[in-house]
Structure formats: structure tokens, C-alpha cells
Design a binder for this molecule. Structure first.
Ligand code: GLU
Length: 288
């Protein structure tokens, strides 16, 4: 059964073939149920209007048809995160009122110096050692948590973090990955929901938007599996039902390298210029 979905590019550069394949999967799974295009441009100066225009052009060329969002020809307002600050602030207020977030002035360097080495999970599945879960950021040390709670009416130019329930394992079903588990305090720690530059951080913005846009299934790359565990905690704290999840395997080139790690990232633009068709961009094995 198709579920209402979304594609959510971050316009920091050209979209690559991995984005194309994940977005095509999202469009396919949402077919007939509604597909939102949302531009995730909160990453300050790194996000550029010409990258947004290029992304929309590449998505159109691939034949993806969204029913809501920028340039869809319909009656809906564009979904651009930099225009949604009021809603994100409202979600920050709800989290503050629930007592689950706290201001944390520590710099990235403080955190890295005091961080706990991530737990290496070599859990055996059916007798075969599973790949270790690689933490996507240093685990925030519990020693840097504040010992008492002060109420605030505005974030006030300081990063805010969500306090995770140490030791609790978050389990969710993924349409492609099966049962996925992540343990708070082992695979991820207290995470940023509000940034020093007074913008919503990724985890807050994405949950706020997926909820308000009534997204039924989130389709994205498997590099965000640990973020999904964080986001489930946010849904719980806000009293909102989470969507279904589907994380696509990351696309690799013929050398087995992830596209994000390649020097030349195999941009859709470049493949177009080299004469590839949209169908080839979506399925053809990639050169080294
Ligand atoms: N904007 C993110 C990206 O381009 C995707 C976030 C998401 O799908 O939740 O990687």
C-alpha cells in the first residue's frame, strides 16, 4: 500500500546518483498517496539558492513528480525549512516544557575531548557476526550534563540538547533493513536540537516537519539509521505517532567506495552531461 512520503534534499551542492536512487525509491513507495518536496536549507551559508534550483531541475529530469512543495504547479506553499522558524520554535517550546532538553554551551572541542568511545556492537545474528554499528558522532559525555533544570522562554543563542534515556534500547521496524536497534548512551548520546546560531538542528526540524506534513513513511539513506532512533525519542516526547521507516542501502561505486567519500561525487549533472538516461542513472552500475 503506498504511503504519503517526502523527498528532502539539502542544497549544499549538486545531488549525486545516491540521492537520485533514494528519491526514486521514495517516489515509488509514495505513488498515489502524495509526495512532498521539502528543501532542508538550515545549514546556513553552505546552502545556496542555485543548488536548490539545480536540485529541482535534476529531480524533474529524473521524472520524479512531487504533489506538494516548490515548483509543483499546485496550490501549496513551498516547503523550505528556512521559512519555518516559527514552527520549529514552537516545537522547541514544547520540548522545553516537557523537561527533556537543556542548554549546553560546550563547544564541539569540549565534547570531543571528554567523549566516551562509541560502543562497538558486534552482535551475532544467526551465528554470523553483524557489521559493527558505527556511531555517527562522538557520544556526548554524561559528565557535561547540567545537574539542575532552569526554565527558559527562548533558546537564547546557546545549543540545546535532548537528554537521552541511558541504556534504553530503541527498536524499530524498517521496510528494507528489518528490525533495527540502537541503545541510548552506547550508540548515540544527548543530541543537539537547537543550534548556537539560533536555528533548529536537523533532528528537531525533520521531526517537526514530517509530523506537520503528515508524512506516513520516511524513505532515506541508511546513513541516518541512528538518527531515526533519536527521532523516535523526539516523537515520544512530543506525544506524536512516528511514521513508518525505510532506509535505502548506500550506493557504492565499482571500487566499493561510498559516494560521499569519493573525490568526484558522481553528480547527476555530470552523468546527464555524459549522456546517461534517467533510467541509467537509477540502475546502471557505477564506474570506479
Ligand atoms: N536532508 C537530508 C539529506 O539530504 C535528508 C534528511 C532526511 O531524509 O531525513 O541527507
Amino acid at each position: 500500500m503506498p504511503l504519503r512520503g517526502r523527498i528532502a534534499p539539502t542544497p549544499t551542492g549538486l545531488l549525486h546518483v545516491g540521492h537520485a536512487r533514494t528519491f526514486a525509491l521514495a517516489a515509488d513507495r509514495a505513488s498515489g498517496a502524495g509526495l512532498v518536496l521539502r528543501i532542508e536549507d538550515l545549514d546556513g551559508p553552505r546552502c545556496r539558492p542555485d543548488s536548490t534550483a539545480a536540485a529541482i531541475d535534476d529531480l524533474r529530469w529524473l521524472g520524479l513528480a512531487w504533489t506538494e512543495g516548490p515548483d509543483c504547479g499546485g496550490p501549496f506553499a513551498p516547503y523550505v525549512q528556512s521559512e519555518r522558524a516559527t514552527w520549529f520554535l514552537e516545537v522547541w517550546r514544547r520540548l522545553e516544557a516537557a523537561g527533556v532538553i537543556y542548554p549546553s554551551p560546550h563547544s564541539r572541542r569540549d565534547v570531543e575531548e571528554a567523549a566516551v568511545a562509541p560502543h562497538d556492537n558486534h552482535e551475532a545474528v544467526g551465528g554470523i557476526a553483524a557489521a559493527p554499528i558505527v556511531a555517527d558522532e562522538p557520544i556526548f559525555p554524561v559528565s557535561l550534563r547540567p545537574t539542575h533544570r532552569e526554565r527558559a522562554t527562548a533558546p537564547g543563542g546557546v545549543p540545546w540538547r535532548f537528554r537521552v534515556p541511558d541504556g534504553r534500547t530503541i527498536e524499530f521496524h524498517d521496510a528494507l533493513q528489518g528490525t533495527v536497534t540502537r541503545t541510548a548512551g552506547e550508540h548515540f548520546g544527548d543530541f543537539v536540537v537547537w543550534r548556537r546560531d539560533d536555528l533548529a538542528a536537523y533532528e528537531l526540524a525533520v521531526v517537526a516537519d514530517d509530523h506537520s506534513m503528515q508524512i506516513e513513511e520516511v524513505v532515506r539513506g541508511a546513513d541516518l539509521l541512528t538518527s531515526t532512533a533519536r527521532q523516535i525519542l523526539l516523537y515520544e516526547a512530543l506525544g506524536w505517532p512516528p511514521p513508518a521507516w525505510c532506509h535505502a542501502p548506500l550506493v557504492c561505486d565499482a571500487m566499493g567506495r561510498r559516494l560521499a567519500k569519493r573525490a568526484g561525487g558522481l553528480a547527476i549533472r555530470d552523468l546527464r552531461a555524459a549522456g546517461w538516461t534517467p533510467a541509467e542513472v537509477l540502475v546502471r552500475p557505477l564506474p570506479a
